[in-house]
Write a protein that binds this ligand. Structure first.
Ligand code: MRU
Length: 347
C-alpha cells in the first residue's frame, strides 16, 4: 500500500491529493474535466515533475470524453485540450513528454470511432501511471547504493511520493536505502516561497518514521560547515543532454555549497525528466510565479505594498557540480564535468 495517494484515476475522474492544503488537511480534489486538471497543475494542487506529467495525461482523457459527449470534432477539440494543459507550467519537461505520448496515441486513432479514441487515450494514461511507479522504484534501488549506513542527507523541495505517482525520486532513494536496513537521516530545506520542504517532505518522511530535521533554506551552508550532512540529494524538473539540471530554486546554491564543503551532490530523476533536444540547460524555460508568493506569508503581508519582486520557481545547476545522476537505467557519472546522456543509454 502506498503511504500517500498523490493521484488516482477513479470512475473516469482524476482524484488529486490537494497539496496546497497539506499538512493541515488531507483533502482530495476530484477533477471531472481537463480545465480543472490544468488549474490544479497551475495552483500546485498537484506538483513535482513526474506527477504533473501523469496528471496532464489524464487531463487529455477527460478532454476527449468531453469532446465526444458534446459531439465536437475530436482532433480540433483535442488541440485546445493539449494547448491548455501545455500552458500550465513551462519548466518540467515531463509535462510535454507526457502530452507528446498522448498526442501520438490520438493521431494513431484518427478515423477510428470516438469510443476507441477515448479507450486508447485512457490506456496510454494508465501506462504512463504504471511506468512512473516502475521507473521510480528502479531508480530508487540504484540510488540506494550511494547512501551509507548512518548518513545524513540534505534535500530541497519535495521529490517524494507526492511529486510522483508513488515512491518518489530523491525520497525514493532514501526510502530504498532505509528498506535495506541503513539508518538514514534527512535534513529538509523548507523551500521558500511555497514551503514544499516544510509542508510536504517532512510530512511524507514522518509518516514512515524516517528521521527528518527541518531547516530554513539559509541554514544549509552552516549545517554543511558543521559536518552535519554527508550528501545532498535532489530531484529535477528538466535535465539537458550534458547533465545540466534545472530544479527548485535554491538547488544551485546547495550544489555550490556542497562543492565548497567536499560533499557529493546527487540528482535522482527518471528518463521522462531528461530533455535530450537541449545540448545544455541554458535555454530551459524557468517559470516565474506571482509576487504575492513572496510578499505574503501564511496569508499575511510581509513586504511593503508596491515592492518589486523577482520570483523564479527554479534554477540551473551546471553539470560540473553534479556528482552523479540516478536514473532507472543506473547511476551516471560525468566525464570532465559533462554527462553524455545521449550516449549512455539513459534515455
Ligand atoms: O514547483 P514544484 O513543487 O512543482 O517543484 C518541484 C521540484 O522542483 C522537484 O524537485 C522536481 O519536480 C522533482 S520531483 C520528483
Amino acid at each position: 500500500m502506498p503511504i500517500v495517494s498523490t493521484l488516482r484515476w477513479e470512475n473516469q475522474t482524476l482524484v488529486l491529493l490537494d497539496q496546497t492544503k497539506l499538512p493541515a488537511e488531507e483533502v482530495y480534489l476530484v477533477c471531472c474535466d481537463y480545465r480543472t486538471v490544468a488549474d490544479a497543475i497551475r495552483r500546485l494542487v498537484v506538483r513535482g515533475a513526474p506527477a504533473i506529467g501523469v496528471a496532464a495525461a489524464f487531463g487529455v482523457v477527460l478532454g476527449a470524453v468531453e469532446a465526444v459527449r458534446q459531439r465536437l470534432d475530436p482532433p480540433s477539440a483535442l488541440e485546445r485540450v493539449f494547448s491548455v494543459l501545455a500552458g500550465t507550467r513551462p519548466t518540467a519537461v515531463n509535462l510535454f513528454w507526457a502530452l507528446d505520448r498522448m498526442r501520438k496515441v490520438a493521431e494513431a486513432q484518427q478515423g477510428e470511432t470516438s469510443e476507441r479514441l477515448v479507450a486508447a487515450l485512457e490506456a496510454e494514461a494508465l501506462r504512463l501511471y504504471q511506468e512512473d511507479i516502475e521507473a521510480n522504484r528502479r531508480l530508487s534501488e540504484h540510488g540506494a547504493a550511494l547512501l551509507a549506513d548512518g548518513m545524513t542527507v540534505l534535500t530541497i523541495c519535495n521529490a517524494g511520493a507526492l511529486a510522483t505517482v508513488a515512491h518518489g525520486t530523491a525520497l525514493g532513494v532514501i526510502r530504498a536505502a532505509v528498506r535495506t536496513g541503513k539508518r538514514i537521516r534527512v535534513v529538509a530545506c523548507e523551500t521558500r516561497p511555497l514551503l514544499q520542504g516544510a509542508r510536504l517532505t517532512t510530512w511524507e518522511l514522518m509518516k514512515e518514521g524516517i528521521p527528518a530535521t527541518l531547516i530554513t533554506d539559509n541554514m544549509a551552508g552552516y549545517v554543511m560547515q558543521q559536518g552535519r550532512v554527508q550528501a545532498v540529494l535532489t530531484g529535477a524538473d528538466r535535465i539537458a543532454a550534458n547533465g545540466d539540471v534545472v530544479n527548485k530554486i535554491g538547488t544551485y546554491t546547495l550544489a555550490v555549497l556542497a562543492q565548497a564543503h567536499g560533499i557529493p551532490f546527487y540528482v535522482a530523476a527518471p528518463r521522462s525528466t531528461m530533455d535530450l533536444t537541449l545540448a545544455d540547460g541554458q535555454s530551459i524555460p524557468i517559470e516565474e510565479r506571482t509576487a504575492d508568493e513572496i510578499t505574503t506569508f501564511g496569508g499575511r503581508r510581509v513586504a511593503p505594498n508596491g515592492v518589486q519582486v523577482y520570483n523564479p520557481a527554479f534554477d540551473l545547476t551546471p553539470a560540473r557540480l553534479v556528482t552523479a545522476i540516478v536514473t532507472e537505467a543506473g547511476l551516471l557519472r560525468p566525464e570532465q564535468g559533462r554527462f553524455k546522456l545521449r550516449e549512455e543509454g539513459a534515455v
